[in-house]
Design a protein around this ligand. Sequence first.
Ligand code: FES
Ligand SMILES: [Fe+2]
Length: 374
Amino acid sequence: MLKNFWYALEFADRVGREPAKVTCLGQDFVLYRTAAGAPVCLSDLCVHRGGALSMGTVVGDCIACPYHGWQYDADGACVRIPANPAERLIPRKARVDAYPTVERYGMVWAFLGDLPEPQRPPIPVIPEHDDPVFRMVQFEMEVAANYERTFENVVDAAHTPFVHGTAFGNPDKPEIPEFEVRKDDWSATADIKLSPPPPKGLWGLLAKRKPYRHEYVTVTNAWYLPNIVKLHVRLPIGDLLLYDFNIPLSQDRTLIKILGYRNFFTGAWADANARKRIGKILLQDQPVVENQRPELLPFDLADELHTRSDALQIAYRRRRAQLIKDGWWLGDDDIITGDGPRRTATVIASPARTDNPELASAWVHKARAGKEQA
Ligand code: FES
Ligand SMILES: [Fe+2]
């Protein structure tokens, strides 16, 4: 799993004045909004006794821990310890990690890492979000597979005739023509010619009025680090874009959140149908990705076989190898893994630590939970 990226953690309309617990990179975070509406993302682990802040209460711009009521502000600093007399100073180490947080494209994004602002990779641009010709639906589903497996699955054009033969894949035309991959440090994009069968159901009705003249449609597949895939399908009836966020809950569980945009059937009445189509595709992928072995994506490119049609995934694995070299990988020891009786809760360092060199060394926060004390 990669740190030092902006992660879309939750649909923005689900984040309000009630604390919301989210999980990413095997760690728990609490999201809430300040009185002015700004989204906040803090580590969910209270530094006192490891209480879950997400079970607490938002008080003004702060969040109060449910256990002993310590209050943390939006920067993660503890500003109140109710058991202490008012005149006692609050120790500087009493703080939780606070992650830079923004709301964009209907998602709340947090920067999970400790890079200073100028060095942070960008949030990908979703131009359709603010374009009034597009209508958006949200979708989400949890799968028991590693997020890099589900991520690569969406990038992968060659599986559609086999896994999605009854949706948009065409088993009679499995060949993927040569395509070029356009790359930068944070993304890779390819225009791929596919030959899906004409749509059925509601969309098929519209398609009948605009008959398929083309043998193929151009689909743009793109990945954006760390975990987003865009599919842009240019159907004769209009454009369909799926932005697919593969959120690593743990090594082996992924929360897939999708923003689906279409510029046809843009009435609210067609939303349920659009969501149903997305759900159908994900349910077709689910058993495949949940049964891939090894469960985790190999580190060595040579550990699996690749063909020309895997070019986007190869580009990902190469870029990932570079970032691992650069120290951006969170290994098994850095995240909460497994269901064993003993667990260590660690916290991803946020920029608050690097901004504060005095704290950086002293403030190594490791809380232990579970049955260790038993
Ligand atoms: S555990 Fe959070 S205030 Fe004690
Ligand atoms: Fe798929």
